[in-house]
Write a protein that binds this ligand. Sequence first.
Ligand code: PHE
Ligand code: ZN
Length: 873
Amino acid sequence: MRTETPVAVKLQDYAPYPFTLNGVELHFDLGAETTIVKASLSVTPHGTGPMHLDGEALKLRYIAVAEGGGAAKPLDLADFTADARGLTLHTPPQGPFVLETEVEISPESNTALSGLYLSGGRLCTQCEAEGFRRITYYPDRPDVMSSFRVRMVGPKDAFPILLSNGTPGTSGELPGGRHFAEWIDPHKKPAYLFALCAGDYDVLRDTFTTMSGKTVDLGIHVDKGDAPRAAWAMDSLKRSMRWDEETYGREYDLGVFNIVAVRDFNFGAMENKGLNIFNSAYVLADEATATDADFEAIESIVAHEYFHNWTGNRITCRDWFQLCLKEGLTVFRDQNFSADMRSRPVQRIKDVIRLRARQFGEDAGPLAHAVRPDTYGAIDNLYTATVYEKGAELIGMLRRMIGPETYRKGMDLYFERHDGQAVTIEDFYACFETVTGRDLSAFRRWYAQAGTPEVRVAETWDAATATLTVTFAQATPPTPGQTVKHPVPIPLLCAVLDGKGGHAAANGASAEPFLHGLDGATGTLALRLPPGSPRPMLSVGRDFSAPVRLTRALSRDERIALVKAETDAFNTWDGLQTLIKEELLALSDGSQTNPNLDLVEAIANAVRGAMHDPAFAALLTRLPEVGELFLERQPADPVALAAARQKLQGSLCALLAGEIAATLSAPAPAPYHPGAEQASVRALRTAFIGLLGAAATPGAAETLSGLYEKAPNMTESLATLRALTFTPGEAKAKALAHFEALWTDNPLVMDKWFSVQASTGTAEDVKRLIAHPAFDLKNPNRVRAVIAAFAMQNLAAFHAPDGSGYRAVEATILAADKVNPALGARLLTAFEQWRLLEPRAGAEAQACLKRLIEAGLSENAMDIAGRALGKDG
Ligand code: PHE
Ligand code: ZN
């Protein structure tokens, strides 16, 4: 069997839907095996053509049309066509009418987790992007907005709680142990924001008083017994609601806000109007079962979904090409929320790590696409790092260029002008053109052009005139389907460093950092210092002011001097990262056998100097991941790179031995609090634990076992377990067995047990994990904990030159794709880097992709595999 690549959808083919929906009434007769959905759509046609409604996996039981307030008349078979993709009314009435349909669906057999499905015995929905068409016949596109009334009927014992969007209407008992509930959403919304949940939950309740004094009832719905573990999510929700009022002037617009946690979910969470549905991994946390990273992720995802209420829901996307309109903007908003809750520089560095790890790789491979692409294959595959993370960077650049006050004015205008509409990136930028009076069309090129721009920076110093002349040159490498690239406006935040921890004034201006815009392919910046000044150093790309790769031809000593002179936290960290990358490349290709001591000393000194800011110090100990190094030089040899990494970690561990011992012998902060202050202390502790494991010195296993046994929380428990996986001997197996026995009944913690082994072990380990009775193809978290952890975090083993890594997961990827195409496709993105690999692994990866295609993939997976393989694949 071979599947065909999906037909491409093109932005230029966009046409408005020729019908308006004035209102939608849905009636659900709920059952796990069979659910009956009656829909009544009130329609006004604009024209005389046929009416197409999307529909997938629906069994049509009834269809009728009512005209002019009259009774509904069932349609003749000749009046419509229903096929696997939807329903077409050949000659709908020319005046307003009501379309009534009744379909049967089967939640229990829905393993794709799109539409209405069963998870842990409860019903829930996932409609973004195109899941609503698996619930009823409907124009399932974001520019069709309507108000919804929903009535749910079902057995009270199985489904005691019935939730949908908006606010509750009437509810009551029915004969035969059944009951019903109505929900009314007054806000017009596209179908992708529809949600329904039915089941038995424990509910954590709270209230929030909005800035205008309205009370909102908050409820987080979780598995029985889990309500205390939703406390941090609730706290994060209330802080998000306040932050959006204070920072963007946005108030919540309903009396009710519900969150439901589900175990089986394809992504992180979903912003359905008034009823967010979350992967339970991003709701449930306490010190015993969740790490600081989990708490941090919960805080940011709760915020992200909440912020969508304005950026996504009140104002939505005209079509899916505009996905970044809501996602890039909302990520930018959640990143700033997190920065305000925690440390802004540390948050910035973490955001850049994520961008470089995921988005730069995407941009450098066969799946590269623009932030606003003009064509796509499978829509589920457009939820990418480029749309989300690079999309967020573009908003950040805009804000930096126009300044925070003007940015806020532009946002205010956007909310005012487009509330209740489905709009485009052009509409968004038009608001900023209005408030700035500037033409932003050159900047919008960032949205259309794929690939990461490379900016070369070179300096010359003229002592006679005390002038530092800086030249800039930008170029973007070609990407699939887009060979010709144009310059984009690049805002570079700069400062002139005096080498004494401060700034020097140039050109008679103040010594403050300044924004230098590189608009064309090349540019020059002349910095004239007071006569007789010593040569200054240039700090450029401060705070990662643009999502580009900056290159500077500097020697190791010059870079070390620059790091010492830096005044920007991001650049201090990044300067060391650049040095470390060069070092790792030299160690991996054999041109250098041992780590350079000046460099290791520079890292260690930076760490020592940052001990007062432990989260920052922790980041300074971090070495770039193997995948990040793929981009630095090809062909990439993951095995050699991983070995080089470990060697350098060993040297760093030795130099920092004193600090490590002192830090780890101090008591962990108690009582536990997930907030930034304590998390920062734990971040350094776990970073040091990681170094101990990587260095795997004699005695490390014993030290780590000791730490594991008395770990006071999951953060340290998991860090020590992970570190132990690198050590030889019995300790590792003993700790893994202990951890498994302790947590066997907690699926989220067991995901960690699986992923710690998959991300550090061998292909044989992964086979064993797949064969484990608790491995579950139907649970995306579990599949990702094994397959994605191995294929995306354990690159030396996954890309083993003999192909053993690929063979270990191949059959499971195929099986996962059969069950859940969105998941299958996501796993396949692990192959996107194959062309960058050394030839043996590269050939094995290519062969594996071909075998997968031959075996038959879903349309989603085929979209990824086909592009990954490329035309000549
Ligand atoms: N819109 C969701 C989010 O922001 C992501 C999502 C997409 C979830 C598709 C489920 C399905 O973050
Ligand atoms: Zn989102």
